[in-house]
Write a protein that binds this ligand. Structure first.
Ligand code: ADP
Ligand code: ZN
Length: 748
């Protein structure tokens, strides 16, 4: 397409190959392939005795190697990776400290890598010029061969038709078309067809809405960014329902009008058919969706629709950031604060951060939208790196819900025991049932929730392989480890030899236990539970939500799955069973996460005509994050949190680099960690702070011990440069493995 043809003057291609080697190899480009081999081309090269797939990542004039082998073949008509994405992969490899080959694998979906050129081909019947001339004799054909006549008639309306559609319309088969081909009236040709994920959906076109003044202001700043790249990034800070999506849609239109393309990232969990439909109903077929739930064929074809420029807007979760959109004008990152933008396996990239980098590299605007900006993003806005607009009110001026905090310590004193539902929450639910309104109950059960506790000695059933409490699953009456998946039977009495108390009970609170309680308390209500266990089947998520939307469910309870993006007008009450779970994670971001979570959950209440109410149960009612969430006071939360981050030199004032060591022997891990620290230390800038090796909060997982070394530095480079050299030369014990996490989000 528009890649400069660098192959002309540089006959040697730098190639990385699809086996994990952090190396680039030189191959000669034979004259016959000179025009075809470009940066980003997928090529077949000889490697030892084999022929393997590789990617051209650059060209050099001279090689250090004497005898170069030739590139054998180029795959596909067009380089698979655009030059700008090769550059982005290089940046990722350097920043996140991973091999370039791994970064390239990340930017190219596996269905595209493995089956490039494997499009679905279907025979098409094409009207030839002669066919039109015989239209006089069509009458005769109609009598002699009515099916053939029907085919010609259909082709008269639409000169090219795929055989399946022709068959559907006329009853004719491929044999009928062959007969016509013999007569020279049609031509049969295999052509590509797209396997489209949208076939089943009919969308009703929508028109741009007249914007509210605050939206207008947002759009004009984004327009300025699109046109001048000043500011380079716009933080669109607006409560749920403030009309952010409409602003995205109109910004996308601006970009399309300039002949440019765009990428829209949404968190995996929000990538529902409804979300995609909002974009499709405005822009139709120029929207492609890149989604792991599509079939391999659909994913392959959608990706190529983007690569070939037939689709101009790519929507998807994290990895859609690497969509090969040509002439990129805008990247939208919706819910930019979402942790799921960070990939938790190598390369551990953060899609929002890489989006900002891609925007810079390709000179395109970036919009970060959220109701609860990440501290990093709001800080960047505060110090002028990003532009910022605030959508302070909901579009329809609906009131924000009233948030009430219930102190569970007092509740316990009053009732003489600890109930799952406080008196306040109980009454509130009953009121909704009476008024035929709906309730959402939210429980963040993941993390370090204890599950099987002895009331006498305090024993907690832990996984033998991982240092976490096991979770009791009632349906199967067994204990499961949510880290490694181990299953254990439930002991009949406390296993502690000095205790053996038979009153061994389920202590922690899981969604199942809440469900049971709610069913018991409200026997006439329809209750549904939604969490990882009830949605293992692919369609379950949609089915439960469908039933809830239809009003067949009175009370929906679940994990964070229900905290995001759902919009049900009849929900007037949201109950948070235990706000403290997220708060007590061993992580400096616990306060931020709790604040975000409560704000998001609260956003579920009262989107209809009735004002919503939120009840938050907690044992720490005066915690600043909970108090700020209660007042819907982002600024207050920010002011306090940012001071704490500044004092302790945590992000956004520093970058974190976390090295996790894993191995079967604790002493060996500790010794290895110490040795590594001793070697890196002299090379570190004196301003870099480091801690460890220390046992990780999740000290054991899957039978291995885990140790962490944590670095905090003003610039990632101050850690990564010395570290890279050290890690390459370091003598690792055979069974010790390590992972480097730059800008770590999970501290476990
Ligand atoms: P957000 O993305 O911030 O949650 P949406 O863009 O989804 O907000 O807007 C919330 C609701 O308000 C949607 O139903 C949307 O169609 C409607 N809406 C948005 N902007 C306008 C507008 N300018 N005029 C009328 N309705 C609007
Ligand atoms: Zn385990």
């Amino acid at each position: 397409m528009n890649e400069p043809d660098q192959s002309v003057e540089s006959p040697i291609a730098r190639v990385i190959v699809e086996i994990a080697l952090d190396k680039e190899f030189d191959y000669r480009v034979p004259d016959a392939l000179r025009a075809a081999v470009r940066i980003g081309s997928q090529v077949i090269v000889p490697f030892g005795r084999r022929k393997i797939t590789g990617y051209v990542v650059g060209f050099v004039a001279r090689s250090e190697r004497a005898h170069l082998k030739d590139v054998l073949r180029v795959v596909g008509k067009q380089p698979l990776i655009t030059e700008s994405i090769v550059a982005l992969a290089r940046w990722m490899a350097a920043y996140y400290g991973c091999p370039l080959e791994q970064a390239v694998r990340t930017v190219l979906p596996s269905v595209v890598r493995r089956s490039s050129g494997r499009f679905k081909e279907v025979p098409h019947v094409i009207m030839t010029a002669e066919a039109e001339m015989v239209s006089d004799s069509l009458e005769r054909l109609r009598r002699q061969a009515p099916k053939q006549a029907a085919v010609l008639e259909a082709l008269g309306r639409e000169s090219v038709m795929p055989v399946p559609r022709l068959t559907q319309q006329t009853g004719a088969t491929l044999a009928t078309a062959r007969a016509l081909e013999k007569k020279g009236l049609v031509r049969i040709e295999k052509r590509n067809v797209d396997r489209s994920p949208f076939e089943r959906y009919q969308v009703i076109p929508t028109e741009p809405l007249a914007l509210m003044p605050q939206q207008e202001e947002a759009l004009s700043l984004i327009r300025q960014s699109i046109e001048t790249r000043t500011p380079p990034v716009v933080l669109l800070f607006g409560v749920t329902g403030s009309g952010k999506t409409e602003v995205y849609l109109q910004a996308l239109q601006l970009v399309l009008d300039q002949g440019k393309g765009a990428i829209v990232l949404v968190p995996e969990i929000s990538l529902t058919p409804q979300t995609v439909e909002r974009f499709r109903s405005r822009f139709g077929d120029v929207v492609a969706v890149l989604h792991s739930h599509l079939s391999g064929g659909e994913r392959h074809d959608e990706w190529h629709r983007v690569r070939q420029g037939r689709a101009r807007i790519a929507i998807g979760a994290r990895s859609a950031l690497f969509a090969p959109v040509d002439r990129l004008g805008l990247i939208v990152v919706d819910e930019e604060h979402e942790g799921s933008y960070k990939q938790e396996e190598a390369p551990r990239y953060h899609a929002r951060d890489v989006a900002v980098v891609r925007g810079r590299m390709e000179d395109c605007a970036v919009v970060l939208g959220t109701a609860t900006p990440a501290l990093e993003s709001i800080h960047n806005a505060a110090c002028g790196k990003y532009g910022r607009v605030r959508l302070a009110a909901r579009v329809d001026h609906r009131r924000m819900p009233a948030i009430r905090v219930v102190d569970m310590r007092m509740e316990m004193e009053k009732e003489g025991r600890l109930n799952v539902l406080s008196r306040d929450l109980l009454d509130a639910i009953q009121m909704r049932l009476d008024r035929k309104e709906q309730t959402i109950l939210f429980l963040n059960r993941r993390g370090f929730a204890t599950s099987l506790v002895c009331p006498k000695c305090g024993y907690v059933a832990e996984c033998t392989e991982c240092s976490v409490a096991m979770t009791y699953h009632k349906a199967a009456h067994e204990l499961r480890c949510h880290i490694c998946g181990a299953v254990r039977p439930v002991p009949a009495q406390c296993p502690e030899s000095t205790c053996r108390d038979p009153a061994f009970r389920y202590g922690g609170l899981g969604t199942q236990r809440v469900e049971e309680t709610v069913r018991k308390l409200f026997p006439r209500a329809n209750v549904e539970r939604m969490d990882a266990d009830t949605t293992t089947r692919k369609d379950a998520y949609g089915r439960i939500l469908g039933a809830f939307r239809a009003g067949e469910v009175d009370i929906l309870l679940g994990t964070q799955m229900i905290a995001k993006g759902l919009d049900f007008p009849n929900v007037t009450l949201v109950g948070v069973i235990n706000a403290d779970i997220a708060l007590h994670m061993p992580d400096f971001r616990a306060g931020e996460r709790t604040f975000q979570l409560l704000t998001q959950v609260a956003g579920r209440a009262g989107r209809g005509d009735v004002a919503g109410e939120v009840i938050v149960q907690t044992f720490t009612p005066f915690h600043p994050a909970i108090q700020a969430a209660r007042r819907l006071d982002y600024d207050g939360f920010f002011d306090q949190e940012i001071e704490f981050r500044r004092e302790l030199f945590y992000p956004p004032f520093s970058h974190l680099v976390c090295i996790t060591l894993r191995g079967p022997r604790e002493s060996e891990l500790q010794a290895t960690g110490n040795r590594l620290v001793e070697r890196v230390k002299p090379r570190l800038d004196s301003r870099v702070i480091f801690a460890g090796p220390n046992p990780a909060p999740l000290a054991r997982a899957k039978g291995e011990f885990r140790y962490q070394i944590m670095f905090r530095a003003r610039h990632t480079k101050q850690v990564m440069e010395p570290l890279r050299t050290e890690l390459a030369e370091f003598k690792w014990p055979r069974k010790v493995r390590y992972a480097v996490d730059v800008d770590a989000l999970s501290m476990l």
